[in-house]
Design a binder for this molecule. Structure first.
Ligand code: GLN
Length: 287
């Protein structure tokens, strides 16, 4: 057999530019094979076209393109999602937002839930998967992101249950009231050096950066939220590790109760929550 074109030799040749685990994912993608298959078939032949396709993907990865965009998929929660350059790549930290939202949605009740700036649909679809009685609405201002989110909903059999609407934050939800509103908005400060590094370079800037302190969209969402929350309803926002105090202050100023920040698995502030007052639904905007 031609050792230049075995699974093992393809992976070995990519090693100088791409991490081994990523090279294996790329080769598996080209061959339509699982990682388990690759490891069990290190000597299997790779035809020249596949080898060339793999070399092309490895070069893209070596150039910094996110693995999720090259593969067109990313796992989030229990879901395998289509992703693309029109949306942020779902991140494991955001699963904390899903966990915190689920903790506030009674599985036995038909809760009304909104995901603002849904992107790939990750948060909305994860909640819908775990709370079959919930009615989930998801908004995004980007039509290509919504088209992708709808494909993800369809591929998980959730297209009837999650409704997607085009527009900024609460704008397409005029007059609607929710028990839980969750959002992973952009929260990086404009000009933050992280925007010029790693995967972030390839992600939509509008899904990442939000004003001089990164809080412009969070401010907008918090000020509009009271009019869209049922009495005792929760707003949950993902934010940066150093934004907990500022987001809590914004929530308190807007009249929320139960204001708190939850840390992610690395112990970093990641999600802040606030509860609309119990006595009145649809209170007027504050501030
Ligand atoms: N957590 C992302 C990061 O890598 C930012 C995501 C966002 O702005 N919502 O910085």
């Amino acid at each position: 057999m031609n050792v230049e074109r075995s699974v093992a030799s393809c992976l070995a040749r990519a090693r100088s530019s791409v991490e081994r685990s990523e090279a294996a994912l790329l080769l598996g993608h080209v061959l339509g094979r699982s990682q388990a298959w690759l490891f069990a078939h290190a000597d299997a032949r790779v035809d020249a076209a596949s080898e060339a396709a793999f070399a092309d993907l490895a070069a893209r990865r070596a150039g910094g393109e996110p693995l999720a965009y090259i593969l067109g998929r990313r796992g989030f929660w229990t879901l395998d999602l289509e992703v693309g350059p029109d949306t942020l790549i779902p991140r494991p930290e955001t699963e904390l937002l899903v966990e915190q939202a689920l903790a506030r949605i009674d599985p036995a009740l038909p809760a009304r839930v909104a995901d603002l700036g849904t992107g790939s649909g990750a948060i909305a679809l994860a909640i819908a998967a775990e709370r079959p009685l919930a009615r989930v609405l998801a908004t995004d201002r980007s039509p290509p992101a919504l088209a992708l989110a709808r494909r993800n909903a369809a591929s998980h059999g959730q297209d009837g249950r999650v409704e997607f609407r085009a527009g900024d934050w609460f704008v397409p939800l005029a007059g609607e009231v929710f028990d839980v509103v969750a959002s992973n908005p952009p929260y990086v400060a404009d000009g933050d050096p992280h925007l010029a590094r790693g995967d972030l370079r390839f992600e939509p800037p509008g899904a990442l950066a939000s004003g001089h302190d990164g809080l412009d969209d969070i401010r907008r969402i918090i000020s509009a939220a009271p009019a869209h929350l049922a009495a005792g309803g929760w707003l949950l926002l993902e934010h940066g590790h150093d934004q907990g105090p500022a987001v809590r202050a914004l929530l308190s100023e807007a009249g929320f109760d139960g204001v708190a920040t939850v840390a992610d698995l690395e112990g970093r502030d990641r999600v802040s929550v606030g509860r609309a007052a119990l006595q009145a639904a649809g209170r007027p905007r504050v501030g």
